[in-house]
Design a protein around this ligand. Structure first.
Ligand SMILES: Cc1cc2nc3c(=O)[nH]c(=O)nc-3n(C[C@H](O)[C@H](O)[C@H](O)COP(=O)(O)OP(=O)(O)OC[C@H]3O[C@@H](n4cnc5c(N)ncnc54)[C@H](O)[C@@H]3O)c2cc1C
Length: 414
């Protein structure tokens, strides 16, 4: 007797933020729980798959609107902190006075620039909502992938052995190293930055008033992002060797190094609550789809965290893909057909390329101490700071809510 085959409309690889939000969005668009299957090699790991993760993400207005529509925001809101304004500076470490090159003030825009949400809590809330909705989640990893007829065929290996699964569409939400992307033969370009992002939560003596500070140093940007009034999240990009040293340093040494970089803007650093380091890379898939497979979020693009846009891009992928799938299924069309996947790529790849280019450019321009370049960038930023139209445009684009944003990002029903 042949092995039983599980058949689904959509199979999602990855039970992280992207995978869960896609499943919930598809349910909202009219698919049933029987249409969707999620598999993940470590579905119960909190935050990142390996070890503790001190990442607290800045989620833009579009992402928060999506999470509200998916019914997840209520569980997140007690843990979310508004980021109301931002000051950007680049003076050398030793200089006591740090004039802001660019400042974006709250009253100019009337809404927070972002909400700070811990990644572990975000993933846990999305996972709980996905399970509560009745979507099947299995522990398994990919052994083989092929495409034939109008189906993708997956062989998955789980604790109980191998299983065969067929789907009209496979969504790769399995992160930066995406085994699904590799199995589908989709190549990427990019490089390691030689920098790691040190994330930490600190307590300090002075209140932050909802202000974020981004200070550009030759080794990489150092950001203080507001949590509750006397706590901040740090994202400190540093050469990888020093980042490793900092992660293993004792608390007093770590606090001293943070204080040097914060230059007193938050007063005394009283405690460090948690820290983790993440090697930084730029990775962009050359194509966002293969036959009956699409790349979503980090499986498609990984950008430098200096603009806090990685998962915001990913959530917009989710909202756009859900829209493409649901619109086609309402017309009785195949959601995994090539024209649907081309449409998704046309909607999302240009945005990912633009963000990769922007973060790459900013990192190169600021992460060095070459005198003439410093003068040039300071003049450029000074001019930008004087043009409210420029700042407003930048804020609108970063908020992820333009007339071209997908419906779930604009607060409209799917
Ligand atoms: C320092 C730093 C700061 C950041 N700050 C921000 C920010 O402020 N704002 C923002 O928007 N973004 C930020 N990001 C980016 C953000 O963290 C990521 O974009 C996001 O976490 C990726 O989510 P994901 O669901 O795509 O992937 P992941 O969270 O990596 O999930 C992938 C899932 O796939 C599963 N998986 C992996 N391998 C397999 C396999 N072989 N088989 C089956 N399943 C598998 C994993 O178990 C996991 O559940 C930051 C990133 C860094 C490094």
């Amino acid at each position: 007797m042949g092995e039983a085959v599980m058949r689904r409309q959509v199979v999602i690889g990855g039970f992280g933020a992207a995978g869960c939000s896609l499943a919930l969005a598809l349910l909202q668009g009219g698919l049933s729980t029987k249409d969707i299957l999620i598999f993940d090699s470590a579905p119960d790991a909190g935050g990142a798959p390996k070890g503790p993760d001190a990442r607290i993400l800045a989620l833009n207005s579009g992402s928060c609107t999506l999470l509200r529509a998916l019914g997840v925001w209520e569980a997140l809101s007690p843990h979310a902190h508004p980021l109301n304004s931002m000051a950007i500076s680049d003076s050398p470490l030793e200089e006591p006075f740090r004039p802001a090159l660019l400042d974006i003030a709250p009253r100019e825009y009337g809404a927070p620039l972002a909400q700070m949400v811990p990644l572990g809590i975000l993933n846990d809330s999305l996972r709980a909502a996905t399970r509560a909705a009745g979507i099947e989640v299995i522990t398994a990893q990919l052994k083989a992938l092929s495409f034939a007829g109008e189906r993708a065929h997956l062989t998955l290996a789980g604790p109980a052995g191998e299983m065969q699964v067929e789907a009209q569409l496979v969504a790769a939400c399995d992160g930066a190293n995406s085994p699904l992307r590799v199995a589908a033969g989709l190549s990427t370009h990019g490089w390691m930055y030689g920098q790691s992002g040190i994330c930490a939560t600190i307590r300090h003596s002075l209140p932050h008033g909802g202000e974020a500070v981004q200070h550009f140093l030759p080794s990489g940007p150092f950001a203080l992002l507001p949590l509750d009034e006397h706590r901040s999240s740090i994202v400190w990009s540093e050469k990888t060797a020093l980042a490793e040293e900092m992660i293993h340093a004792d608390d007093a040494t770590f606090r001293r190094e943070v204080e040097r970089r914060a230059a007193g803007v938050r007063g005394e650093i009283e405690a460090v609550e948690c820290r983790s380091a993440h090697p930084l890379q730029l990775k962009l898939a050359r194509r966002f789809f293969a036959q009956r497979l699409v790349l979503v979020a980090d499986s498609a693009h990984v950008v430098h965290p200096l603009a806090g846009q990685g998962l915001n891009l990913g959530f917009e992928d989710v909202a756009a893909l859900a829209e493409v799938i649901v619109d086609r299924m309402r017309l009785g069309l195949d959601p995994g057909a090539a024209d649907a996947l081309e449409r998704y790529q046309a909607l999302r790849r240009p945005a990912a390329v633009a963000m990769a280019v922007a973060t790459e450019g900013i990192n190169r321009l600021f992460s060095n101490d070459f005198g003439p370049l410093r003068i040039l960038r300071d003049v450029g930023m000074g001019l930008a700071n004087r043009f409210p139209g420029f700042k407003a445009g930048m804020v609108k684009a970063a908020a992820g809510r333009t007339p071209f944003s997908p419906r779930l990002f604009r607060g409209e029903p799917l």
